[in-house]
Design a protein around this ligand. Structure first.
Ligand code: GLV
Ligand code: GLV
Length: 321
């Protein structure tokens, strides 16, 4: 059996699937591995199944000449040095498609939570402060009929946009490629126009050097004062300090975040703001999706080790080369 090093325990069904297919070495402690531990595991393995919290850099990739596959348990792969991996003939795989709906649901959960002050309302009730109905209690932002701006029209962006039709919203979107969002009332516009017209703005782009700080000081200035920004993509697509300033100065009304620029560290000022909802990067966190991501990550590794084309591979040029 081939050897698979798993950097973090996965849900049970996915772990069982690994055991059926590989000689397994897994990190069973409930914490991220140190670089030394990562190196040690990688040196033993034919393939590694890692998470977005593992930085797979050049040193790690060069540590074992027998390493054939880095199978990322995520759709985003900005944690991996793909250029070096490709040069070394190591397949880099990811898990697109299977987490689309769960992630779109989290974007909408954040949108609702910020717009309707769900988290503060819950705390209020638990603190015993609810003394009866009143017309002015927790008045939030109307959602139906408003404009949703979706930045990025990949699978997740489309799924976020599709959900808006249930709320009779006007949808604007930007996209780098020629993909359009069809079947719903959605209009492709330049980023500046989207920022200026949207009441809710959802980021659904990968993190690359082109999307670093896509939302920065100048972009906040374009937004409406009632705008709510939702980020379920990657933290550094937004300049977090400028976000804090925009929230504090009332340039925008609120933010819902599942990801952070220096994850898991969070800018302390964000923690003190009332108009934000902060989640611990749980976009794909449903039991169904997390198992399915595991099956796909394992299938990707099996294919790569057999020299076959994995279902989801970032650098297909390494197979059969
Ligand atoms: C999660 O953030 C992912 O990229 O899958
Ligand atoms: C998600 O799976 C995406 O590629 O947008």
């Amino acid at each position: 059996m081939k050897k698979l090093f798993v950097t973090r325990e996965l849900p049970k069904e996915a772990m069982n699937y690994i055991k059926d297919n590989f000689e397994l070495r897994a990190n069973l402690d409930d914490r991220a591995l140190s670089k030394a531990e990562l190196l040690e595991g990688i040196k033993w393995a034919d393939a590694v199944l890692c998470t977005l919290a593992d930085k797979i850099d050049e040193e790690i990739l060069r540590a074992n000449p027998k390493l054939k596959c880095v199978s990322n348990y995520a759709v985003g792969y900005n944690n991996i040095d793909v250029i070096t991996a490709t040069e070394l003939g190591i397949a880099v795989c990811n898990t697109p498609g299977v987490l689309t709906e769960a992630t779109a649901d989290i974007a909408w959960s954040l949108l609702f939570a910020v717009a309707r002050q769900i988290v503060q309302s819950d705390s209020y009730v638990r603190a015993g402060k609810f003394k009866g109905w009143k017309p002015t209690l927790f008045c939030g932002h109307e959602i139906s009929g408003k404009t949703l701006g979706v930045i990025g029209a990949g699978r997740i962006g489309k799924a976020v946009a599709r959900r808006a039709s249930g709320f009779n919203m006007n949808v604007l979107y930007t996209n780098r490629s020629k993909t359009t969002i069809d079947g719903i009332n959605a209009t492709q516009v330049p980023l500046e126009e989207l920022l200026a017209k949207s009441d809710f703005i959802s980021l659904n782009i990968p993190y690359t050097k082109d999307t670093h700080y896509l939302i920065d000081k100048d972009q906040f200035k374009l937004m409406k004062r009632n705008a709510i920004l939702i980020n379920t993509a990657r933290g550094a697509c937004v300049n977090e300090l400028e976000l804090v300033k925009a929230l504090k100065n009332g340039e925008i009304a609120g933010a819902g975040l599942d990801v952070y620029e220096h994850e898991p560290e969070i800018c302390p000022e964000l923690m003190n703001l009332e108009n934000v909802v902060l989640l611990p990067h749980i976009g794909s966190a449903t039991t169904e999706t997390r198992n399915t991501m595991g099956f796909l990550a394992v299938d990707n590794a099996i294919a790569a080790l057999d020299g076959k084309m994995p279902k989801a591979i970032v650098n297909p040029e390494v197979i059969n080369n």
